[in-house]
Structures are given as structure tokens and as C-alpha cells.
Design a protein around this ligand. Sequence first.
Ligand code: PEP
Ligand code: MG
Length: 316
Amino acid sequence: QRRAAVAAVSGPGATSDGHAVPLLANIGGVGDVAAAVQAGAEGVGLFRTEFLFLDDHKQAPSVEVQQEAYRQVLEAFPEGRVVVRVLDAGADKPLDFLTPAEEPNPALGVRGLRTLLDHPEVLAGQLTALARAADGLSVRLEVMAPMVADRADAAQFAAACQAAGLPAKVGAMVEIPSAALRAGALLREVDFLSLGTNDLAQYTFAADRQTGSLARLQDPWQPALLDLVHAAAQAAQTRGKSCGVCGEAAADPLLACVLTGLGVTSLSMSPTAIPRVRATLAQYTLAACQEAARAALAADTPQEAREAVKGVLGVA
Ligand code: PEP
Ligand code: MG
């Protein structure tokens, strides 16, 4: 009991029986690094690089400007790991010079990796800047693409990373149901997966993530969403590869236990959420998390899933 309490306030993320679940930070730029370090993040699980591109709506920042910004973040985690997401433009983050002006359904249009495959020079610039920024550092750099839909997408991204000579693991975000259902095919092309549960919920339930009145369908406890998380995590586990979560779901302490039980290998969240997730995870064994996961999957509604998991974990 005492050991668990000590483990809960600091140190790496783990279940009470020592199953490691690295707790990483979601950041939007170097300004978020201090909070991540202070929260004891073991690295960055989602570095949203959009911020760099929002300053100038006419063109991409130069390789030099990007290199400097990436370097500052990478240097903050000399022994850790930093997962950089390449530009996710389009839909709720349109960029004048990249995003088609007239799209009937921007969320279903040219966004994320699709934008970058239409503008390979922007992707190449970003990858070159990352390769240069990581040069000489011991940090474990990983690079992932948003909005990967199928194996062909994953293959094109992996090829671009290879062409840039990137000394990094290459990953695919799972934000589209097709990617979760066929996670094994994606893993023939990339080294790891990261579940973006915000978009995965949006696309699974056909419910715009920006429409507040549809919040019920954005609930990360929805069993259909958990089914897709389970499918992706199991595909990765079978192949000995990692599958993290970097959507908001990871910031909910009880759900973090469920995700761990589903086979998710790391959790990335806003830095402020890390201490509570660490403390909660440290109270339960991996077997308890797995039992909680089975209970959540057996539920028909988010409410039922929450109640069932509370029952299994003995939460009032
Ligand atoms: C997600 O979709 O869950 C995600 C992490 O990416 P973003 O919120 O930046 O779209
Ligand atoms: Mg997303």
C-alpha cells in the first residue's frame, strides 16, 4: 500500500505490479515543455506542429525556423522520447496555402496526411528540419502522420521518412475506423501506432467534434470506440509493436486503466492530467485493468461501461 502511494506521486507510469505504461505529454510548442517536465512526463507523446504554420497563412515556415523550434523541444527530453506529429492541416485547422478553399465536407476532405501527400515539398521540409534538429541528440525521436486511412497512406508516409533520412521510428495515427480495423496492415509499413481518440470518436459516430450538442457521441467511454481501440492495440501486441493513445481519453484516470487493460502501451495527455493518471494507475494490477477492460467492452452504453469498471476496480 505504501509503495503504491510513493509510486503514485512521482516516477514513471506503471500499474501496481510494475507493468510499465509510459505517461507522456501532449504539447503544442516549446511553451508547453516546462509544464510537461514539471508534471514528470516521460517525454512527449504528441507534439502538435500546427502552431508553427499558423503564423504565416501564405507559406510554410523555412526549414531553419522549424529546425530551431523542434530542437528546443527535443533538447528538453535528453533521456526521453518525443513523438512529433507532422502537420495536421485541414478541417478544423485550415491553412490558406494548403487547404482547398471550397470543400463540401472539410472533415471528410483533404486534411492531415492527405494535405501533405498533395504538397510533398511541405512534408519533405518538415522531415528534413526534424532530421537536422535531432542530429547529435540522444533523445528518442519518433515521427507520426495524422489521418492515416489505409496501408497505402502508411506506405507513402514511411517512404517519405526514409527519403528524408530520418533517424526515427515512423508511426501512423489511428483516427479513422478503417485504420483501427486494419491496424495490422498499417503495421506492415510503420513501426508504431498512436490512437487519436478525439478524431476516432468523430469518425466512428459521424459526430462533429466541434458540435457541443453531440457530446454524448464524443464520449470516449462509448463501447464502439473501445472496440476499435482494442482492435488496434491487439494488432500491435501480436506484432510486438507499440500502440499508444494521445487523445483526450488518456486523461481520464479510470479510462486510462481500461486502455491499459485493452493493451495500449503508453498514454499521452495534457501535462496537468498526468499526476492523477499516474496515481490511479499505480493502484491497480495489470490483471485488474484487463478485467476492467473486459467489463467495459461488455457494456452497451458509456454509462454502463463506467459503472461496470467502477464495480471491478472498487471505486465508489
Ligand atoms: C485526436 O484526434 O485524438 C488527436 C490527438 O489529434 P487532434 O486532437 O490534434 O486532432
Ligand atoms: Mg486528430
